[in-house]
Design a protein around this ligand. Structure first.
Ligand code: SF4
Length: 139
């Protein structure tokens, strides 16, 4: 990874995106709601049952500018974005979520709770894992 990319990644200006797509939320309180899923690459929690192990290595996923991500989302007119992973909170979520909030988009998060919270979310779906203790701020 180049140094410029490292700085941008640290500041949340770029993020490793594994996949992104418009779909219907299939589970939980918002089940049935049209949502844009943004799957961020990178996770070191290591659950043996994980069904997205291909997300674990962030270097396998392209660093995409958050401004580009936001443009793609706005084109869909969706009102809810689900930030999932991997473990999204390995990265700085401040810029991404601030841009979504600015555009009146509800921002949901799916996290293991293994990393400190960054960014602003309307809804947090916490899924504690036995490999990592859940950080107390979520409890
Ligand atoms: S925290 Fe989630 S993405 Fe990471 S290993 Fe566990 S189930 Fe997979």
């Amino acid at each position: 990874m180049k140094n410029d990319n490292n700085i941008d990644l640290k500041n949340g200006i770029v993020l490793p995106v594994m996949e992104s797509f418009l779909t219907i939320q299939g589970e939980g309180y918002f089940s049935g709601k049209t949502s844009y899923f943004l799957r961020i690459g990178g996770c070191d929690v290591g659950c043996h049952w994980c069904d997205v192990k291909e997300s674990w290595n962030p270097n396998l996923h392209p660093l995409i500018k958050v401004d580009t991500i936001i443009s793609s989302i706005l084109e869909t007119n969706v009102k809810t974005v689900v930030v999932t992973g991997g473990e999204p909170l390995m990265w700085n979520m401040e810029y991404l979520t601030s841009q979504l909030v600015k555009n009146n988009i509800q921002v949901h998060l799916e996290t293991s709770g293994a990393y400190p919270l960054s960014g602003t979310f309307n809804w947090i779906c916490l899924s504690p894992k036995k490999n990592n203790e859940t950080i107390e701020q979520y409890l």
